[in-house]
Design a protein around this ligand. Structure first.
Ligand code: G3P
Ligand code: CA
Length: 300
């Protein structure tokens, strides 16, 4: 097909098309319409993991701004809860790795997120550990985060992290999403995925708001996939566990909305691995370095 199109194009330009008699013999005005080459199939979704966390401190507003600056709309985050019940965006169950909590609150080992109030957490520096230019970046509340994602016209894969530590966090997360206008049809159908390593949390979200697209983080046995497909629209495995056969097995099953399950894999930060998982047929790649993945597989 492509050779034929190329030959016809060359013929119209007076080139080597003379070697293609059935085309070159036709007068120019009667040359049959040549269909355009089909557009290249879109690459996988590219999701900036904890924001563009290879370049800016994870789960901060700076990290999603960086993703936006690089031209990426999908971002991923992690949601947990403070002592006084505020939802905040942070990955670890403790504050030690990504903030200055150890210096600021030396007596409060092990610096659990759940042991600090929102006001206390709001005073922490969540940027200096990554680089001095990010000094003063904060741990955002989910509300602050949603407003920035909205302002940036971005889309969100929201992870409910450690839900076993925070009873009712699924309902509370949905409430914040609703308050911020993220549970209307446009968002639910095109801009939001809620995921968790906890199947119970994913099932709860699906039960509370069946329209929301959900994802289970992990690699269930293929024999177990039909059970997950009752409440999860996506199966999101570590890239290290993947194969072409596994991706095909996931795609063969319809999810709770009657459409085939999809696969978003994590966390892929180099071009060779991006090409490998693209070859497996994944639908999305979650990455700290979205520009590297885009360079390798031309995703979106
Ligand atoms: O989105 C996938 C990925 O975030 C899961 O692992 O530990 O980075 O939250 P983790
Ligand atoms: Ca995550």
């Amino acid at each position: 097909m492509y050779a034929r199109v190329a030959a016809i194009t060359a013929a119209l330009m007076g080139g080597t098309a003379l070697t293609v008699p059935h085309v070159s013999a036709a007068p120019a005005e009667t040359v049959p319409h040549v269909p355009a080459a089909p557009a290249a199939a879109p690459g996988p979704m590219i999701i900036s993991h904890r924001g563009a966390s290879g370049y800016a401190p994870e789960n901060t507003l700076a990290s999603i701004d960086k993703a936006a600056d690089l031209g990426f709309s999908w971002v991923e985050n992690d949601v947990q809860r403070t002592k006084d019940g505020e939802l905040v965006v942070i990955h670890d169950a403790t504050l030690a790795r990504t903030t200055d909590a150890e210096q600021r609150y030396p007596g409060r080992v092990p610096w659990r997120v759940a042991d600090f109030t929102a006001a206390e957490i709001s005073r922490l520096d969540a940027g200096s550990w990554f680089g001095s230019r990010y000094a003063g970046a904060r741990v955002p509340t989910l509300e602050q985060y949603m407003r920035r994602v909205t302002r940036n016209h971005q889309k969100l894969v929201l992870e409910i992290k450690n839900p076993e530590l925070y009873p009712g966090i699924e309902k509370q997360t949905l409430k914040v999403l609703s308050n911020e206008g993220w549970l209307d049809r446009a968002h639910v159908e095109h801009k939001l995925i809620v995921q968790s390593f906890s199947a119970d949390a994913v099932r709860t979200v699906h039960t509370l708001r069946p329209g929301v697209t959900t994802a289970f983080l992990g690699t269930p046995k293929t024999s177990e996939l039909p059970a997950y497909a009752r409440f999860a629209d996506r199966i999101n495995p570590s890239y290290a566990t993947l194969s072409t056969r596994y991706v095909a097995a996931v795609h063969a099953i319809d999810g709770p909305h009657g459409r085939p399950l999809k696969v978003l894999t994590w966390t892929v930060n180099d071009a060779a691995t991006a090409r490998r998982v693209h070859g497996y047929g994944v639908d999305g790649v979650i990455t700290n370095k979205p520009d590297v993945v885009r360079g390798a597989v031309r995703g979106h």
